[in-house]
Design a protein around this ligand. Sequence first.
Ligand SMILES: [Zn+2]
Ligand SMILES: [Zn+2]
Length: 248
Amino acid sequence: MKITFLGTGDMFSVEQHHNSMLAEFGDTHLVIDFPESNAKALKEYGFPMTDIHNVFITHLHEDHINGVQMLGYYAQIVGDRKPQLFIHEELVDPLWNILSPGMRYTTDGERTMSDYYDIVPLPDGGTFELGGVTFETFRTQHVPGMVSNGLLAKPYFYYSADSTLDQERVQQAAADVQLIFHECHMHDLVIKSHTSLQDLQQLPAEVRQKTVLMHYHDEYADADKRAQFNREHDLRMVGTLESFELAV
Ligand SMILES: [Zn+2]
Ligand SMILES: [Zn+2]
């Protein structure tokens, strides 16, 4: 499985793309979240947007979904098939409420969400399979009352999505995966909906060594700063368009 980060920035990032990850395996792929910055990242990476067929939506904060309208139109106008959207069942209608002012009315009449996307609604803890890989979803501890999901793909990776640290879940998953992709705001202050570096440093050393930090602020858009961080810590930061090869 080849992992490539299409973006690693937080919501306010202007110097790097918003957080999104592409996993390529067998003859298929999965993109986690679809910010508008993915269009540029995919072009730079050399992956045509018409070839994006599978997207998992973690939650509805704008920096994770503000490219979904573009993807739907792109697939319909330039491509030849609808992308599959794997998404928690309670987020389907709220997502259409966001998209519909720009997508409901067309020159060929009214459209619904399923005219643009093949929706795969998932219950709490739901799983889906692609290319022989099972993806297990789980609720994350992001904002109280808000539906937000992470992803576990054994034996490959754990993906925290936006979340405070769920230490028990991370430690449990660590034995089953090669890498843990975890959000980390990298500020020296407490942000109640996100994870700090201090939080992650509480993890056991063997877990930290497979932990890769994403969704951070623009000070670390600088590759030299990340390289210095990576030399000084046993967890490491990933940069935009950086790839990992994960063994079967
Ligand atoms: Zn976010
Ligand atoms: Zn968020």
